[in-house]
Design a protein around this ligand. Sequence first.
Ligand code: C5P
Length: 228
Amino acid sequence: MKAALLIPAAGMGLRLGWDGPKALVDLGGAPMLAVTLSRFAAADLTPPAVVTVPPGQAADFDRAVSALSPFPCAFVEGGAERQDSVLAGLESLPDFTELVVIHDAARPLVSPDTVRAVMDAARAHGAATVALPVTDTILQADGAECLAETPDRSRLWACQTPQAFRLDIILDAHRRARREGWRVTDDATLARRAGHSVRLVRGTQENLKVTTPFDLRLALRLRREERQ
Ligand code: C5P
């Protein structure tokens, strides 16, 4: 199956306190996006990787990242929300694409084993996401910051990326979402809502999402450890 890589990277670094695209923040001497792309060097992917970028920033991304990427990248303008960016990226993929791997630029420490596992699961099952069983008890609040409900922890998983899909499944789900006004923060949820079964593939804690300054400190430390 011909597989493509789609990296949503059009978000800004506001919660990081960085006034530029989050994907270009420095992670130990290279932009975070370059580190993220390097994790896919050994995967069976057809170039170019599609990277969604903030409007007007394609040339800046090209300058900052292309020379460090293990394969060529095509920079596509993203939209207002992640979901809009992913749909723009999906619609730019060549027709021969059969499988697509979607991975947030903001998760630079994903392991090649995790990438392989989610791609294998999607080839076998049509749709798969990496996720991690939660260890905290999760509380659902009402609108006034009071406890409304405590879901059964034994069935809760925290969603991560990569997520991998047959292209027809995820394109159909995104187009339905646009028609019907569904708004979500990941793609597996759209596939499920469109009626597809989604396999859960166990991730790792290292595959954290860099959102806050604390996350960035942690990611820098983990990366330093990896290189020792
Ligand atoms: O904001 P958050 O970290 O949850 O975003 C997840 C990923 O989606 C990031 O890699 C970010 O760059 C990307 N994104 C995007 N387009 C947006 C917002 C976020 O591609 N409009």
